[in-house]
Each structure stands twice: as C-alpha cells, then as structure tokens.
Design a protein around this ligand. Structure first.
Ligand SMILES: [Zn+2]
Ligand SMILES: [Zn+2]
Length: 568
C-alpha cells in the first residue's frame, strides 16, 4: 500500500534490468476531455486523473463519455493509486464509473478537490476507495514511484501538476495550468520545485496544450475583477453574473466587486450553491456573511443593491441563466435595467447554445456583456510564452503535449523544439499509444493498447456502443421504414398486403404512390422466395435490399428499413 512520507527521504529503487517505464494516455490527447494518463513500471501502475467528456452532437442520447479502461482492467492488481491534479470534470468526472472496478485503490487529491469529490463519493457510494490528502510540496511514495505535486495557477484553486520520480527518470505532468503572478488567492505557482526538477533532470514533460495556439501570456485572473468593477460602477439596475460553478476564484471576485458597491450577492444554481458551500467551509472563499442573501429574499432587495451569481455561462439549457432568459426561473425574472455578465468563453461546440441564450436575454430586456463585446473572462490555461517558460524551467529531454486537440499538440510540439527539445524527442500521440523509456534514457513508441470511448447512457455504462450510435444517427437522419409481412408457414405465400409503418421519414398515407410502389416491391422481392421460405433471414434481407434501393432512387434518402416477417 502506498503511504505518505516526508520530503527528501526517498531514493527510488535502482532500475532493474530492461524494465521500461511506460506512459499511456487513455484519454486527453486528440481531444479536450476525459483526461487519463497511465504511468507503468513493471508491476506497478499509477493513474493521473480520471475524467469525462461531454458528448458531441453526433452522440445521440449519450449523457457522458468516459475512457475505455480495458488496459487497466487486465492489470487490475497493478493499479496502486489514482492521483488527481484538480477537480474539473474533465479530470475527475470518470471516477464514479471507473473506481468501482478498483476497490480499495486510493485516490489522492488536494483539499478543495477532496471537498468537491466528497459529493461524488456520497452520491455514487464510492466508500471502498480511500480519499487521501496530496498537497503541493508533499512527497508520496507509491511502489517504485515518488509523486511530487506542485502548485500551478488554473481556474480552480488548489490545482497541481505532478512530478513522478521513477527508477528510469523523472516525469513531470503539468496538469491544467497557467502562470498567474497575481492570483486571486495569493498562492503562486511552485516555480522553485519546477526549477529544482529541471536541475535534477527531467526525462519527460507532459504539458497542457489547450492554448498552444495563442501567442503571448494569458492575463491574470485578477484582471477579471477589475472588469467586474468597471462594468458595475455606473449601474443602478441588477447585475447577474454567469460563470462556471467550479471557478471559485471568479466567484470570489464577484463577491469582492459586489462588496465594493455595497451590493448583496445571491448564489443560484444547484452546482454553484453546492460549490459555494464547500469552498466556504474549507476556507477558499472570503466574504462577510451579511452580504450574502438567500435566493428567496431577492425580491426584498433594491435593484441597484443586488448581484446574482449563477451558472449557465455555456448556455446549458437547464441552467440558471437559460431559465432566466426564458422567463422560466423561480427566483429571477429578467427585466429591463438588468445587466448580465457572461463571464466565460463558449467552449467549442457550445457556441450555438450561448448565442441563443444571449439573444433571449436581450429579448427579455437585459443588457448583456459577453465575450465578443468585452472580456469579463480570462482563460485558466497557459498561452505560448508560459508554455515556453514551463519548458524552460523543466528542460525535459522528451516532450509529450497533452490536453489538446491534435493541432494544438502539434503547435505545442513546435514550441518545445524552439526551446531546445530535439525534434525526435517530441511525441505527438493519440489515446492508447504508449511511449516507453529505457534505463539509458531513450524513448520509443510502443504497440498501441485499447483506448476509446465508453458511453454512459442513463444507468448503462458501456452498453451503448458504436453500432447503437450508428442506428441512432440513421434514425435521426432519415427515420425508420418498417415493413410487416405475414407469410403462410406451410406454403410460403404472402397473406394479405404487407403493411408499412414509417416514423421520421416522410409523412405519407397508405394511398401515396411511393408507399404503393414500395409495397409492390416488397411483394416482388418475395414472389420467388425459393423453395424454403423458412429462411427468414434471407427473406428479410431481400425485403431490406429491395425497399432500401427503391426508396433511395425515389427520395435520395436512406431511412432504416426494418423488415418484420410474421409466420402463421
Ligand atoms: Zn481544468
Ligand atoms: Zn482540463
């Protein structure tokens, strides 16, 4: 079992023979989401992060996507610990579905992350996995690994990167990061640890590529507070700020700006209320409790003395902001004179939702301050100059850009080469592609392992696969065309006329020539069924082929043709 140890007392075991160190992303490269990195040496595995991804619009009916963990299931006994960099869903959202496969394996996380994870533990009954402390600056021995977490800036407090000393060399995983020199909580990134690791020698750096395409520096979170004040100062109406429920620093700045102008704050939205409570209890939010009012007291506050903090910055249809915009919220109805600050940029894929919500807010009479008009938001991810600084501090021999879509990884790889990493030591990889490091410090690509999507749909995890999704796409695109044929079991002849039922194809009645002809085709296709009508499967495929071809000729569409043969 892994146990905590004080710093500096640990000497990793010497490398034994040719055992390579393997780094395998099971999620998080080639995509933004479901981060999961496997670090394997001999019979020991630690897993960094265990995230989820939200489905794209092609994944009909899917609630969530988590990594395929077949590789870990085959090595269940070897998995020694899950190390969590921070509590964003793309880093912890997979835990409720994946931990039950690894009873007893501990999860290590920082204080705030443990606080937020506590809710998941309770909701999903994950009590079989101890949730243990891992704080920036600790050193933790896990089998042949020594984990050294270090503090980084990000859009959630207590975010960490994790260095792992291994028998083959040190690898550094940055987690999601930016270098904020004036963070809202005053806690700076651990430059000293990074520089020390660089001095000792870093075998491989895995670094956040989210903003590898953006030149310069990401502005400090503090600039958002200034923007809030400038926006609020001249206003005498209500102010509604929408942001991510997990962005505790942002919520702190809403509280601070409100206090400047003597405004009371109401926090609305299930996830935001929950996070607000946890962050307050753990000391991550500082405010005068007298300035907070409960949502049912909003009516009693003068317009010019109120700020509402809520969720829905991504236009999520069920969120606080979308409901307010649709005049469907119990506590806040948008009125003229309201100012809404959307303090976020749309995540790729959410642009439509965000745009619709902003339109509705304007229609309801509010003034809206949003990303395209004025920046009341900064990213939590490092831009190019900060990425170069990370590379410069750690001076890695090898480099694997992570947490990004493929083009972002490519750009990040170029930055690494600019800072002196040899081009042959930069690995732009996809999920399931191992990189293996030998004791002599060389690296190579290993044979791919299983990696991919596991879909969560309602209560089912992994039961909906690509085949089901293909059917759902076909149904959504062109509908279904069902043909019911009754045949005499003895003679093999058709009894009555085949019946056609369609949904989502075209609205037809039975007299429509298209339907008539389709039925005729069905009859023709089974006119000569051979001497053995018992070959139902063959009959079905004949009907399917004949009808599909005909419908495509006539309509250029491919509904799902579904033959049903009833024998009597
Ligand atoms: Zn994050
Ligand atoms: Zn992330």
């Amino acid at each position: 079992m892994p146990k905590s140890k004080s710093r500096s007392s640990i000497t990793p075991a010497p490398p034994s023979g040719d055992t390579p160190l393997r780094i395998i992303p099971l999620g998080g490269v080639g995509e933004i989401g479901k981060n999961m990195y496997v670090i394997e040496y001999g019979d020991d595995i630690v897993v960094i992060d265990c995230g989820l991804m939200f489905p794209d619009e092609e994944m009909f009916g899917i609630d969530l996507v988590i990594p395929d963990i077949s590789y870990l299931k085959e090595r269940r006994e070897n998995v020694k610990a899950f190390l969590i960099t921070h509590a964003h869903e793309d880093h912890v959202g997979g835990l409720p579905y994946i931990l039950p496969e690894f009873p007893g394996v501990p999860v290590y996380a920082s204080t705030l992350a443990r606080g937020l994870l506590g809710v998941k533990v309770k909701e999903h009954k994950l009590h079989k996995n101890p949730l243990l402390a891992l704080e920036p600056g600790d050193e933790l021995q896990i089998g042949p690994f020594t984990a050294v977490p270090f503090r980084v800036g990000h859009s959630i407090p207590d975010a960490m990167g994790i260095a792992l000393r291994t028998p083959v060399g040190t690898i550094v995983h940055t987690g999601d990061f930016k270098f904020d020199h004036t963070p809202v909580d005053g806690k700076l990134s651990d430059f000293a640890i990074l520089a020390r690791l660089g001095e000792e020698g870093v075998l491989c750096l895995l670094s956040d590529s989210t903003r590898a395409e953006s030149p310069g520096y990401t502005p400090s979170e503090r600039t958002v507070g200034e923007a809030f004040r400038e926006i609020m100062e001249p206003l005498d109406g209500r102010v509604i700020v929408a942001t991510f429920a997990s962005n505790i620093a942002r919520i702190q700045q809403v509280l601070d700006a409100a206090a400047t102008f003597d405004r009371k704050v109401a926090v609305i939205g299930r996830s935001m209320e929950q996070n607000f409570r946890i962050a307050t209890d753990l000391g991550y939010l500082k405010y005068d409790p007298a300035n907070i009012i409960s949502k049912d007291k909003i009516g009693g506050i003068e317009d010019g003395k109120l700020v509402v903090a809520t969720t829905g910055s991504q236009g999520e249809p069920m969120s606080g902001l979308a409901r307010m915009a649709n005049r469907d919220h119990r506590f806040v109805e948008i009125q003229s004179g309201d100012t809404v600050i959307v303090s976020a940029s749309p995540i790729p894929g959410n642009e439509e939702y965000v745009a619709r919500t902003i339109d509705n807010l304007f229609k309801a009479g509010a003034n809206v301050v949003y990303h395209a008009i004025r920046h009341a938001h900064v990213s939590g991810h490092a831009s190019q100059e900060e990425l170069k600084l990370m590379l410069g501090l750690t001076r890695p021999k090898h480099f694997i850009p992570i947490h990004g879509e493929f083009r972002m990884q490519v750009q990040h790889g170029r930055l690494a080469i600019e800072t002196g990493v040899l081009p042959e030591n930069v690995f732009i990889i996809e999920n399931g592609m191992p990189i293996e490091f030998s004791a002599d410090g060389s690296a190579r690509r290993g044979a791919p392992v299983t990696a991919g999507y596991v879909f969560v749909d309602g209560l089912s995890v992994g039961e909906v696969g690509e085949v089901v999704l293909r059917d759902r796409r076909a149904l959504a695109n062109d509908g279904i065309f069902m043909v019911v044929v009754t045949v005499d079991k003895q003679t093999g002849t058709i009894i009555g006329r085949p019946e056609v039922i369609t949904r989502g194809f075209v609205h037809l009645n039975e007299q429509d020539p298209l339907m008539e002809e389709a039925v005729t085709r069905v009859i023709a296709s089974i006119e000569n069924p051979g001497d053995h009508i018992s070959e139902i499967a063959l009959l079905k495929s004949q009907i399917k082929d004949g009808v599909s071809r005909y419908l495509y000729e006539q309509t250029k569409r491919r509904p799902m043709v579904f033959p049903v043969v009833v024998e009597v």
